[in-house]
Design a protein around this ligand. Structure first.
Ligand SMILES: NC(=[NH2+])NCCC[C@H](N)C(=O)O
Length: 417
């Protein structure tokens, strides 16, 4: 097996221990995924199923993503790119074996074809295997068949033998750091389930994450990172809707309480539809005690409060209005909502375009899509610095700067803010 020349490059850059306990503490290190060939798999026939609303222009999406990464680097953030991290990880033979296992689905391919694909992939170099894991493989791209496989004969050459993962771009959802632990999500949609295996391999075998302790474990009830907001150290808000289930929140809360990485978890019901697939599509934090929120959600959001029960179980209270429950859990007087004051139509348009999906680089400094002109203007009027990025192509998968980033290191919030 080849060892890439830059193996362990990312590990060597490691100065910073993974730790994230707020949404807004100064961001120091983040995992992004520069969209690659997996986006070239999208067609008008499969884009709905693959959770894209249109067919992105891939080169432009990459340019937009490069500019996003540059904004972060310009503010002193270390940017880890998933494709590089994955290829480095696969130089470890144990990771390579796990990668081959993750790529091949016996149920889809049948025993014969699965065996021959496994043996083919076992001989590939780390970069090639990483590419297959991210971009998938069509039947036509499979290694030349010896003998006849009914499965192969009966599939269209353009059908996927290994599914592509166009939503890898949204690194927020597949894993989430809570304190010094990482939770690997259990993704709800079939199009995204295999992302879990990739993150699992990276956190298990990349030296950068050596010793990383898991939160949440291998639970199967769905949790997606886009639903998890770290409101304050020890306080999580978790959206329950199209993706994360109430059972998922219960398991996350149980394990977070047992690990002492949280003392309160708010379960926040959100509408079960595409526009609000995650809590971070309607609400993100922009300051220690401030959020930007879709105006129509402001008065309707509620929360159930979960705390550890005396008997080792969960104590559940509520529902109560979200803003009040959050302030109480965070031990502050009030959680401020930056009033975007938008008329309902503009608010709805900009919510759809991820206007509320900001990524905070520090208290009062956020990255947002430039197209959300009105929301950004209101944020600035409220004293928030908005670093604008283009997202015409990136946004076609319905995700903004927060969705496209998985913070790995955030400093504590400076006390004077
Ligand atoms: N945290 C987020 N809001 N992520 C957005 C994910 C978008 C992606 N196309 C999906 O449907 O899963």
């Amino acid at each position: 097996m080849n060892t890439s020349p830059n193996a362990l490059r990312i590990a060597k850059a490691d100065q910073l221990a993974a730790h994230v306990d707020t949404e807004v503490g100064p961001l120091r290190s983040v995992l992004l995924h520069r969209p690659g060939n997996e986006l070239k798999r999208l067609t008008p026939r499969n884009n709905d199923q693959l959770l894209f609303d249109s067919i992105p222009w891939v080169d432009r999406a990459q340019d937009e993503h490069d500019a996003f990464a540059e904004v972060l680097r310009g503010r002193g953030v270390e940017v880890l790119l998933l494709a590089e991290v994955l290829a480095e990880t696969l130089t470890d033979p144990r990771a390579h074996t796990a990668g081959v296992h993750a790529a091949v689905d016996d149920r889809r391919l049948g025993g014969d074809l699965a065996d021959s694909l496994r043996s083919h992939l076992s001989g590939t170099d780390p970069a090639t295997l990483a590419e297959v894991l991210m971009s998938g493989m069509t039947f036509e791209e499979l290694p030349a068949a010896e003998g006849a496989s009914l499965v192969r004969k009966m599939h269209h050459p353009h059908d996927f033998a290994v599914d592509p993962l166009p939503n890898l771009l949204f690194t927020r959802d597949s894993s989430v750091w809570i304190g010094d632990r990482v939770a690997i999500s259990s993704l709800a949609m079939p199009a995204r389930r295999r992302e879990t295996a990739l993150l699992d391999i990276v956190y298990a075998y990349h030296p950068r994450f050596h010793g990383a302790v898991r939160a949440y474990g291998a639970h199967s009830a769905p949790i997606e990172g886009g639903d998890v907001l770290l409101l304050a150290p020890g306080v999580l808000a978790v959206g329950v809707g199209e993706r994360t289930t109430a059972a998922g929140v219960e398991s996350l809360a149980r394990s977070a309480f047992a690990d002492h990485i949280a003392h309160t978890v708010l379960a926040v019901p959100i509408e079960q539809n595409r526009a609000t697939m995650h809590l971070d599509t309607v609400c993100t934090m922009v300051g220690r005690d401030a959020v930007v929120m879709y105006p129509l959600a402001r008065d309707s959001l509620v929360a159930y409060t979960l705390r550890p029960g005396d008997d080792g179980g969960l104590r559940v209270e509520g529902p109560a209005p979200f803003l009040a429950a959050a302030a109480e859990a965070m031990d502050i007087d009030r959680l401020r909502v930056i009033d975007t004051g938008l008329d309902p139509v503009t608010a709805e348009r900009e919510q759809w375009d991820d206007g509320n999906n900001t990524l905070a680089l520090a208290p009062g400094v956020v990255v947002g899509y430039e197209r959300n002109v009105e929301t950004n203007a209101r944020l600035e009027e409220a004293g928030i610095e908005v670093l604008r990025i283009a997202g015409s192509e990136l946004g076609s998968g319905r995700g903004g700067p927060r969705c496209m980033s998985c913070p790995i290191v955030r400093e504590p919030i400076p006390t004077h803010r």
